[in-house]
Design a protein around this ligand. Structure first.
Ligand SMILES: Cc1cc2nc3c(=O)[nH]c(=O)nc-3n(C[C@H](O)[C@H](O)[C@H](O)COP(=O)(O)O)c2cc1C
Length: 432
């Protein structure tokens, strides 16, 4: 593994997702420790002290989110694992669901005990087949072993779990859209306040966390917050799973200790760039994060603070590596088609803005671009920013303006010559 310490990955075999093998790796001992030796408040304190940040995109403090839940307010509380994983380029939660589903279940049980949750949910992307089957089988195993149900491990704690399959909408990965979908409605996000931790599923306090965020819990409880903080950097503790695709020789999912040098990761762990070409740019954390050029990433380490300082984000951990010779105009057209198609249409700036961005990109790629189109793309990207209920409209603008900032000359060339400088080369997408 790149870095010193493994938190959740291990060499995968044909049976390593089973309960027997999870137990052989020490599985469910953290649950026993939590239920028999720790108070719920002590668990929340430990998670807060670990500095664990959400892995779903925004890197929000896990402990701060959990602290909003009032343990004994007399209402039902809910916990939802967000396994929608719709962000293009991102496939790391899928690795956990397929290969280590019990780490998610054990972590959710510990979280449910800490947050006074009787019923928890996994909202899983509708298109996921093997991840769903592996997770459903793990749930069955866990029930049979007495980890779910009444009076777990002989304690007063009882908990049930429901695995709910989505229907394939990107916006259903947004936490409030996810809750609407789980309630049987269209996955329309809603404005906050009230926060979901105050009024979430069925109008009750609800914690929504990403699969990978939650899967850290068992390790933190087993080894303690201090041990967790020894891994990574002071501002980015722990490891992250990166799903790497595009122009690398060894695409795949890697667990990386935060603070690890980026170029070392790409050159040594990911086997370098296909054909030995120079890196043109990298999408660091899903297409909603701003691209960074090959020159910009040279001296960077993989940490939240390093990426924020560089004007981007580690986002969802979906890293797309793009080699020299790839057409960024055609790539932008594909991205804008995606955002336009996935906009739920509730908010005018997103409904129209993503459509305008898409149609302008179509026009440019068809050879009918106008010189003023570049400023227009910038204007629409800014116009979307912060004017919508959820982050989808913002993300379309970040992706568009991020590419324009770095590769404006390619757009100018395309508009003037009515064709790509690279003949629309998108090899990077084919290899992923
Ligand atoms: C359009 C959109 C799609 C999203 N999709 C996902 C997703 O697939 N998985 C995920 O964990 N978070 C996704 N999020 C972020 C969630 O709203 C939420 O912040 C996250 O699940 C919280 O978990 P965390 O704090 O553990 O990161 C999405 C956000 C937006 C705006």
């Amino acid at each position: 593994m790149p870095g010193r310490q493994l938190i959740m990955s291990f060499p995968v075999t044909a049976t390593s997702h089973s309960l027997a093998e999870y137990r052989a790796r020490g599985g469910y001992q953290a649950l026993e420790k939590a239920l028999k030796t720790m108070q719920p408040a002590g668990i929340i304190k430990e998670i807060t002290a670990s500095g664990l940040q959400g892995r779903g995109g925004a890197a929000f403090s896990m402990g701060r989110k959990w602290q909003v839940i009032v343990y004994d307010d007399g209402q039902p509380h809910y916990l939802i694992a967000n396994a929608d994983e719709g962000e293009p380029g991102t496939f790391k939660d899928r690795w956990i669901l397929e290969n280590n589903p019990h780490v998610l279940l054990e972590s959710m049980l510990i979280a449910s005990y800490a947050l006074n949750v009787r019923n928890c949910f996994v909202y899983i992307r509708g298109e996921f087949d093997l991840p769903y089957r592996r997770l459903a089988a793990a749930v069955e195993e866990a029930y049979a072993a007495g980890y779910f149900g009444e009076r777990i491990l002989g304690t007063d704690f009882s908990c049930d779990i429901v695995v709910y399959r989505g229907a394939g909408a990107y916006v259903a990965g947004e936490a409030s859209g996810l809750i609407a979908s789980l309630e049987g409605k269209k996955s329309y996000p809603r404005n906050r306040p009230p926060r979901l931790t105050v009024k979430g599923l069925y109008q009750r306090p609800t914690v929504v966390n990403n699969v990978e965020s939650l899967s850290n819990i068992a390790w933190i409880i087993a080894h303690g917050a201090a041990a967790y903080k020894e891994v990574g950097t002071p501002k980015s503790p722990g490891t992250r799973l990166f799903s790497v695709s595009g122009h690398v020789n060894k695409p795949g999912v890697y667990e990386v200790e935060l603070g690890y040098p980026w170029m070392k990761f790409l050159d040594e762990d990911c086997g370098g760039i296909v054909g030995g070409k120079p890196i043109k740019c990298v999408v660091p954390g899903g297409v909603s994060s701003k691209v960074l050029t090959g020159a910009e990433i040279k001296e960077l380490v993989l940490s939240h603070e390093a990426l924020w300082d560089a004007g981007s984000t580690l986002g969802s951990g979906g890293m797309i590596v793009i080699a020299e010779g790839t057409c960024m105009v055609t790539l932008s057209q594909i991205l804008m088609r995606f955002y336009h198609h996935e906009s739920c249409g509730q908010c005018t700036p997103c409904r129209h803005g993503t459509g305008w961005l898409h149609r302008i990109m179509d026009r440019i790629v068809a050879g009918n671009g106008r010189p003023e189109d570049i400023e227009r793309l910038y204007y629409i990207s800014k116009f979307n920013d912060g004017t919508t209920i959820c982050g989808l409209g913002d993300a379309a603008g970040y992706a568009m303006s991020g590419i324009l900032d770095k590769f404006r000359d390619e757009f100018e060339y395309y508009i003037e010559h009515k064709r790509s400088r690279y003949d629309g080369n998108l090899e990077c997408l084919k290899s992923s």
